[in-house]
Design a protein around this ligand. Sequence first.
Ligand code: ADP
Ligand code: ZN
Ligand code: ZN
Length: 752
Amino acid sequence: MQQYAQIIINFATTAEIDRIFTYRIDDALREKVQVGHRVKVPFGAYNKLQIGYVIAIMNRVEQTQYEIKSIEAVVDEEPLLIAAQLDIARFLVSYYGTSFAASINVMTPPGLTDRPFEKHLDVVEYIVLAEDPDKVRAYLLEHAHKKTFAKQKHLIEYLLSRKQIALKEVETSKEMSMSSVKTLLQNGFITKFKQEKRTEKDDIARDAFKSLNPEQLSANNKIVNALHANKYKTILLQGITGSGKTEVFLYAIKEVIESGGSAIVLVPEIALTKQTLERFQERFGNHVALSHSRMTPKERQNLYIKAQKGEISIIIGPRSAVFMPFKNLKLIVIDEEHEPSYKSESMPKYHAVDVAQMRMLSEKGVVLLASATPSIETYYKSQTGEYDKVVLNHRTGAAVLPEVTTVDMRQELSQGNNNVVSRTLYEAIRDTLKQNKQVMILINRRGHSTFINCRSCGHVIKCSHCDVSMTYHLSSKSLECHYCGKKQEIPDKCPSCDSKYIRFFGSGTEKVEEYLDQHFHEYGIGRMDLDTTTGKNGHSKILTAFGNKEINLLIGTQMIAKGHDFKDVALVGIISADMSLYMQDFRSNERTFQLLTQAMGRAGRADTKGQVIIQTYNPDHIVLERIKNNQQQLFYEQEIKNRQLMGYPPFTHLFTVLITGKDEKEVINTAHTLTQYYRHYSQKGKAVFRVIGPSTAVIGKLVDEYRWRIIILSEDRDKLLIYGRYCLEKFNAVRAADSIKIQWDINPLNMM
Ligand code: ADP
Ligand code: ZN
Ligand code: ZN
């Protein structure tokens, strides 16, 4: 019987190529070709060889008017993709309207060539003694009195007692040195050899698990029962920072590993630190691997193969780790599930929570969503019963909730204090530092002054490429656009009226640092924002210094609010809580609530009673009320009611269209014409679609491109996706191919 394969061409970028092609499998390849394989196929008019993925194998095909070509060769020994990944690719195509090729590309490691993809063995270089131990001891005795011999001595003693050591370990050790290795090699006392790193799995360190408190126990029971039920389930694990959520999901992972399954743990990129890994390794040893954005393509490829071969069974990683080729995957944990970074903003525009749920649906496993501040959508689904919910209400140990105070900055100003820091916060910082405790100050903008204008004519200095005001950076003494990166010198005159009176307004991290440094320099001050963390170890350097108490006052953007556990932090100050409240986004209340709650979680872990001071120009704002009075549940209930009233998610779904181009008029025209299409079709039959716009996007101009948007809302996600794309196709079919770009997204988390 003849066999055929359905194939996706891997470079397919245009709609024409992004479809399924049929190829014949010749007898010679019959035994070799499997679903998931990469194959070489002749493609296009010139039959150039391209790489394709086999997504299905069939015994017959429909009659076609084209000649069916044959697969030329199989690339890899074993299929690169597993069946579950192909299912997910199909899901991404149908649920997000993304391209097949993009879906497959996001699952496969980068840097693949058309040569076979092999595992690079983890080879480690070791050293061992090459001489008779007695002779070595004699050498030791002979030189032991010399001061310069200490490092050699240490290495020899180590080798005498433990036989071998990895060179890498010597390199990082304080007691040993590479130069002593060199000397000992030259003298013939030691020798080097290479060996593949062992692959037997470590035992799970049961002793490393804490004994759970009653709340954790009951959460654990529920989760374990769900795991044993062998049915798909999503569970929300809601608990304030420090309530022991991580401990609970570590137990769940243990359960999965012990019954031979594997687990994926998604954490926000910023929390992918050595400390996170250590907490897992301590218990699961070499079952665990970390995936992060700084890995080389080769490291990624290795990790991929290890997961596929079952050499590891737990991966901790950012959103893309949800695609890892684990077989027998039984649990996906998504920590800080409300984080917008779980939604991809580029092709394929997927949400990791949706993908996780699809995967567990077909594997009959559990999705565990952990958060102190779940997204409104998740919370709502846990209320309606679509998700199960377990709650941890108490901080572990002696830790208690911090005390929250708000400071009205309008009063502060009217009483003559125009500093960025209020007197209340200033005094609290002083007292906290004096007591040998630490302080974190959160400010949501980097740079020094975020707004520069002319006193004479009111002109605001904006980026010449974007519709955003330039930010003054003290460290580089220049103005910078935070959207396109453009830098320029500070003008000494107003570009509009030549007046010399240019004023700097608005505060960023640098200004706060400058002010606090004048008063608290001797305590050690650190700043953590995009500007100070770009180097490879930028983050960990600052955090280590804070952990060691070389720095006691840490100023930063929201990156300091997330996930770091420092036991001596007794005060968290929030410089301006209003900034995220007024963004043009129906999620701004939710985001502000989450950010403030998270920042509060930094104060007073372990046995330190914490204090939180929030500066605001709007102390009566509902979000601040709820935060101050610890009314989390009420906040959620009210916010859900608002969303229902306004017809926003979770009660509806959003389809957004972004129209961009260099010619403003053309952009506006296109936006209006396209909107007419949407309105026209929304009135056909039952009007289930609400069309909002067109209007300028939140940022109206970015890198010389004007931006307009249309928003369409509907209760029916499937129909919305079809309708959204249908109108666009209709429109694209008649519009001249011009310089206008149109992008769309379904349920974006970022309102552009
Ligand atoms: P969360 O993930 O909710 O922020 P963690 O799981 O990180 O909380 O727990 C906070 C701290 O409490 C950690 O240092 C953790 O080791 C400790 N902890 C958690 N559960 C227990 C327990 N049952 N007994 C003792 N310490 C615990
Ligand atoms: Zn001017
Ligand atoms: Zn710009």
